[in-house]
Design a protein around this ligand. Sequence first.
Ligand SMILES: Cc1cc2nc3c(=O)[nH]c(=O)nc-3n(C[C@H](O)[C@H](O)[C@H](O)COP(=O)(O)O)c2cc1C
Length: 333
Amino acid sequence: MKNGRFDYNLPGVEIKESTRGCCFPLSEKLDKVRRLEEGGVAAVVMYSLFEEQILRESLQLDHFLNFGTESFAEATTYFPEMGHFTLEPEVYVDRLHSIRQAVSIPVIGSLNGVSTGGWIEYARKIEQAGADALELNLYYLPTDPDLTSAELEDTYVQLVSDVRNSVKIPLAVKLSPFFTTLPNLARRLVKAGAQGLVLFNRFYQPDFDLEALEVVPHLELSTSSELRLPLRWVSLLYGRISADLAITSGVHTPEDMIKSIMAGASATMVASEFLSKGIGRAAEMIAGFQHWMEEKEYISTMQMKGSMSQRSIADPAAIERSNYMKVLNSYQS
Ligand SMILES: Cc1cc2nc3c(=O)[nH]c(=O)nc-3n(C[C@H](O)[C@H](O)[C@H](O)COP(=O)(O)O)c2cc1C
């Protein structure tokens, strides 16, 4: 980060051929979004428009208006290889508009960025294109030892406040789980204008290819076991911050949906399950959810919402420590 802004001098990780064309398989095509609606999903979040895409386009324009080839080449070294993200920002906005016209469920735009700046004007463009809400995905891996957590969190809070001031539609913030004091940051983000928190971003951990001696980005779809992390945090945050909570990461079955609601989530979000088993899973999961409710005689989701949260526990941190000790003691070889 330099002068309150992040730089983009990212290592040149090559995108492997096998991952090409797979990036936005759910929300890119109109027919898929229509089928998701028919399957009963309550809303669709579009794939993200990245800060880098927007800045790159404005640099390109700047170059054509003012500079020679070399200066542009130098400037673009600060950007990751665009790979899949070749869509121009305006095309993103047009596509969102077409999807909005094609379905009647809410369509949520998604911006992925980490620094404040002119690019957040796109929040307004997404709103004007008809988005029912905006999700701001904060995805940044701090690698600079001089950058403190307080500085990074201040930047995030400022960004949320700037985006909040650009639009009137509801704003949700998608976070990673890697913060020292997540509840405090969550509360600050809500104070800055986030009405919803989406827990959590999955960091895609790169692997080493020992034959080619290359770092390879490795996209593995999630499994239900990954639900536990957002489940724990939603159950800890529910009732302690005044925002709606959504769970993403590890929702694969009706049971995963039920657990999420019981933890306190207002929404469960699904990507990997639909990618691996197809969009038809939406209707199956919803039917399974309803069947479970009927069997257990729940009359509404509100009745179960937050019922397994830690809302009424005075000191959840102490319970967490005691559970940690219990879990270690419970192991039997
Ligand atoms: C192929 C693929 C593309 C994705 N693209 C985006 C994206 O553009 N923006 C975003 O916020 N999340 C994106 N995600 C993350 C998902 O929205 C979701 O948060 C994550 O996969 C965890 O949910 P899951 O366990 O249901 O897969 C993507 C995930 C996959 C697998």
